[in-house]
Design a protein around this ligand. Structure first.
Ligand code: P5A
Length: 439
């Protein structure tokens, strides 16, 4: 992509409405723009990041044996009346009336729709287990939407729902998601801490939140310091294995979560207790037959008896993750994208656009990147070198390749990793391609 024709409205000044660094940087880097309170347009640069996060989530869900589907955003009120949540959900639910005066709503979550789908499609234990997911926009009319896409009213969620015959099966499905979530966040360069949690409006009696540490996070975190240096993913573990010891081990180290921490009841010794803040990027729930009973979703078991199906639901804040990654990875110049979710891999900076030698060399590098499948953003604008460096630092692509008259004469590009200190490396165009292809 050539920057001169890319839709990338960068802001020089810090927007006054942004209170946290990720919100500030997403606005300044031309990733998002607010449309109304808590509702955002994702501009091309932000959209690329969103798609990458989505793809990682998708791959990890598929690897854990889940199947993707897509449910409607607009749901009928009756299903929520059946489950008993229609009134309980309160003002967070956006209620809609259609032309026939039917009560509808914009889905804040999809337990009801999926339970309805299941009860009309699955009748026998032979069809179990199943784990179905979607990546879809939700609407929750939050009292205080804030911090940009971090707590939006409209937000992108990956939500999945497991169906099992009995508790043992349901717990295995739950444990698989526990492991899949750790893997998913790790692929985005994040360390997530699974903490035992309240199940709130979703209900149920087993629940974990996955928290990424950040001072500006909305969740209070109390955990064992030892956990922060530990690495649960060090051991290779298969989804088919008994995952209960793994889950128990990686949960037992925690103190209680949220603001309800009680120092007297806390099992972690005071000197090992880490108290901080974090961002909830995922939340998993086991709720047994809460919805299947209310909505009469039954299957026949091996003996021919009808039993309520055992369920769990699992959510990842896909749009929130873009903000969480920025909170975890930035400096005073801008964003530093982890390569797996970077909008482009390489930014080519032509330090003197209009100079024949610079244009030729930068154009050559740009064309060769495209040919090699390296995602590249080429700053070919008529701007000063300082402006171009500042823009590239702000949008935070993992690699920067600068080409000026001196380098162009010597056949050298200055290649630098965005996050790295120290001088740039001088490489030929072909060596840059080789380097980045190997990455
Ligand atoms: C699990 C999937 C649920 O809704 N039902 C289906 C369950 N869980 S949850 O915890 O309420 O939400 C899952 C994740 O979505 C993100 N999230 C948000 N992101 C941005 N803005 C919001 N207002 C918002 N609300 C929830 C969080 O990452 C949460 O863990």
């Amino acid at each position: 992509m050539r920057l001169s024709s890319y839709f990338l409205p960068l802001l020089k000044e810090n927007p006054t409405e942004a209170q946290i660094v990720s919100h500030r940087l997403m606005l300044r880097a031309g990733m998002i723009r607010q449309s109304s309170a808590g509702i955002y347009t994702w501009l091309p640069l932000g959209h690329r990041v969103l798609r990458k996060i989505e793809q990682i989530v998708r791959e990890e869900m598929d690897a854990a044996g889940c199947q993707e589907l897509l449910m409607p955003a607009i749901q009928p009120a009756e299903l929520w009346q059946e489950s008993g949540r229609y009134d309980a959900y309160g003002k967070e639910m956006l209620r809609i009336t259609d032309r026939h005066d039917r009560a509808m709503l914009f889905g804040p979550t999809h337990e009801e729709v999926i339970t309805d789908l299941f009860r009309t499609s699955v009748k026998s234990y032979r069809d179990l287990p199943k784990n179905l997911y979607q990546i879809q926009w939700k609407f929750r009319d939050e009292v205080r939407p804030r911090f940009g896409i971090m707590r939006g009213r409209e937000f992108l969620m990956k939500d999945n729902y497991s169906f099992d015959l009995d508790f043992a099966g349901a717990r295995h499905s739950y444990n698989k998601m526990f492991l899949a979530y750790l893997r998913t966040f790790r692929r985005m360069g994040l360390t997530s801490i699974p903490m035992r949690a309240d199940s709130g409006a979703i209900g149920g009696d087993m629940s974990h939140e996955f928290i990424v540490l950040a001072e500006t996070g909305e969740s209070a975190v109390f955990c064992d310091k030892a956990w922060l240096d530990a690495d649960p993913l060090k051991e290779t573990i298969d989804y088919g294995a008994d995952l209960q010891p793994f889950v128990d081990r990686w949960t037992s180290l925690y103190a209680v979560t949220d603001d309800k921490h009680d120092p007297k009841a806390c099992k972690v010794p005071a000197e090992r207790l880490y108290e901080g803040r974090g961002i909830e990027v995922g939340h998993i729930f086991y709720f047994g037959n809460k919805y299947s009973k209310a909505m009469n979703a039954r299957v026949t078991d091996e003996t021919g008896a009808e039993v309520f199906v055992e369920m769990g639901s699992y959510g990842i804040g896909v749009s929130r993750l873009a903000g969480a990654v920025i909170e975890a990875s930035h400096d005073d110049k801008g964003i530093i994208w982890p390569a797996p979710i970077a909008p482009f891999t390489l930014g080519v900076i032509n330090l003197r656009s209009g100079d024949a030698a610079c244009d030729a060399m930068a154009g050559d590098l740009y064309a060769k990147c495209q040919k090699a499948g390296i995602e590249v953003l080429y700053d070919d604008r008529n701007e000063r070198a300082g402006v171009k460096f500042a823009s590239m630092d702000l949008i935070g692509l993992p690699w920067q390749a600068a080409i000026g008259p001196r380098g162009a004469a010597a056949g050298k590009v200055e290649l630098k990793a965005r996050g790295a200190a120290g001088p740039a490396e001088e490489l030929s165009v072909d060596a840059v391609i080789a380097r980045l292809s190997a990455n």
